[in-house]
Design a protein around this ligand. Structure first.
Ligand SMILES: *[C@@H]1O[C@H](CO)[C@@H](O)[C@H](O)[C@H]1NC(C)=O
Ligand SMILES: *[C@@H]1O[C@H](CO)[C@@H](O)[C@H](O)[C@H]1NC(C)=O
Ligand SMILES: *[C@@H]1O[C@H](CO)[C@@H](O)[C@H](O)[C@H]1NC(C)=O
Ligand SMILES: *[C@@H]1O[C@H](CO)[C@@H](O)[C@H](O)[C@H]1NC(C)=O
Ligand SMILES: *[C@@H]1O[C@H](CO)[C@@H](O)[C@H](O)[C@H]1NC(C)=O
Ligand SMILES: *[C@@H]1O[C@H](CO)[C@@H](O)[C@H](O)[C@H]1NC(C)=O
Length: 385
């Protein structure tokens, strides 16, 4: 038995996956010296004098699932497992979309050092029946895809743009024919800085996050025209307006199942020229109420700030749980209290969870190091649209 851990609930005895249940009460007072950077998971730190604690942290670094709250066991259940199904380069993989119709996973390799000086004119399509990975090029090609959502059997993808030729775009891709159609590439003649991600509500309206990451990683040459902004785009009319602006950075975005709350992490922590991250940069996960029109956000509140690193991709499950790519793993956050219920880990070391997509009782994580499949999750995750 390890110090600072609770016993696992009886239901979790004999699971295939390796679990731990952290005792927050036991951890509340630590003896001796300790020093964790906000950018590192608790178990990635070695600067500790208490040998019982270092033994526990070493153990935690070997687990698949770390619970902070009893509810994490209820969500994942005893049969959940995680498998590293595609071992790819230690660089960002992004824009995962689960395609139920064809049982495929769409995703991208994003930015430098891959592609041609960071530029990617292709994406991945993983056949989930055979685990065969294919590189695809849409017609016409989609450059520097960064975010993806499936809506009404189509892939909706946002891009950073491309060099000095193409600014950020919202495109629609037919996953069977790979025909691509541009839906939006400007805000009344103003170019975008470079899209990072998107969300689509029940009615098909868009929330697009315009960020400075593509500029900061030198995959587009344009100077960002404004500070990072979340735009609302009404599907029927293409009425468009900013709904949130930050002097940090825009990144993931996700809507609640009832369509009344928008979750937006700020990733001002990422600095450019030179590329750097410090614990003093913005990492907050904000929640907003959404107006009936969809186009006004109000009641901004700090829902959560990651235990470590920063939140990148965000998805909200059928029951309203918030799943965020958070470096060491995917954090699962309770939408009411904002507490982190637990972490789905991707193996530690250089592996890094960037974004995720839901199947019915599965989820796929993409990030530095490839693709992970979490299966046999007890709670249904996919939403009705
Ligand atoms: C787990 O189950 C085994 C038998 O299947 C039993 O011997 C052991 O005591 C159980 N452990 C806990 C913590 O309940
Ligand atoms: C923790 O480590 C950082 C970075 O080395 C250092 O600046 C800071 O003073 C340390 N804090 C404590 C409490 O030791
Ligand atoms: C776990 O799998 C077993 C064996 O297939 C099944 O009997 C059980 O109902 C499953 N438990 C949950 C919570 O899904
Ligand atoms: C890639 O970068 C190198 C070094 O800056 C440059 O020589 C080369 O032309 C670039 N290639 C493209 C396709 O931009
Ligand atoms: C879904 O797509 C079909 C075929 O393109 C179209 O006829 C239908 O109106 C779309 N439904 C919605 C809700 O957009
Ligand atoms: C955690 O585990 C990974 C994978 O085995 C390893 O590369 C890394 O060094 C470990 N981290 C620490 C702090 O022990």
């Amino acid at each position: 038995m390890y110090s600072y851990l609770n016993p696992l609930p009886p239901l979790m005895n004999g699971t295939l996956a390796k679990w731990a249940y952290v005792s927050l009460a036991a951890l509340a007072t630590l003896p001796g010296q300790f020093n964790r950077s906000a950018m590192e998971a608790p178990w990635a730190t070695t600067d500790i004098s208490d040998s019982r604690l270092s033994r526990t942290l070493e153990y935690l670094n070997t687990t698949d699932f770390v619970a902070y709250d009893q509810r994490f066991f209820d969500i994942l259940g005893p049969n959940a497992t995680i498998e590293h199904v595609q071992k790819l380069a230690f660089q960002s993989h992004e824009a995962p979309c689960y395609l139920k119709d064809t049982n495929q996973l769409f995703f991208t390799e994003w930015g430098p050092p891959g592609g041609e000086n960071g530029t990617h004119s292709w994406q991945y399509l993983l056949d989930l029946d055979t685990n065969k990975l294919n590189k695809i090029t849409t017609d016409p090609p989609t450059f520097n895809a960064h975010g993806c959502v499936v809506y009404n059997h189509s892939l909706y993808v946002v891009t950073d743009g491309h060099g000095d030729e193409q600014t950020g775009q919202l495109v629609k891709i037919d996953p069977r024919s790979l025909k691509q159609e541009t839906l939006l590439n400007n805000y009344l003649v103003q170019p975008f800085g470079g899209f990072n991600d998107l969300e689509i509500d029940w009615d098909g309206n868009f929330y697009l996050t315009d960020s400075k990451s593509g500029w900061g990683r030198e995959i587009v040459d344009f100077t960002p025209p404004t500070s990072p902004t979340v735009y609302f785009v009404e599907r029927e009319t293409f009425r468009i307006k900013p709904v949130h602006i930050t002097d940090g950075n825009a990144n993931g975005v996700a809507i609640s199942p009832a369509g009344d709350i928008l979750y937006v992490p700020d990733t001002g922590v990422s600095q450019y020229f030179p590329v750097a991250k410090t614990p003093y940069g913005k990492r907050e996960l904000w929640a907003f109420d959404i107006s009936k029109s969809g186009s006004v956000l109000s009641n901004k509140r700090l829902l959560s700030n990651p235990v470590s690193y920063f939140y990148d991709g965000v998805r909200v499950s059928r029951k309203g749980r918030i799943f965020c790519g958070a470096g060491d793993g995917v954090d699962v956050i309770d939408p009411e209290s904002g507490f982190t219920l637990g972490t789905i880990r991707v193996g530690g070391g250089d592996n890094l969870a960037v974004s995720l997509t839901f199947g019915r009782n599965d989820l796929w994580i993409v990030g530095r190091g490839g693709v992970w499949h979490v299966r046999d999750i007890r709670e249904r995750l996919d939403r009705d649209w």
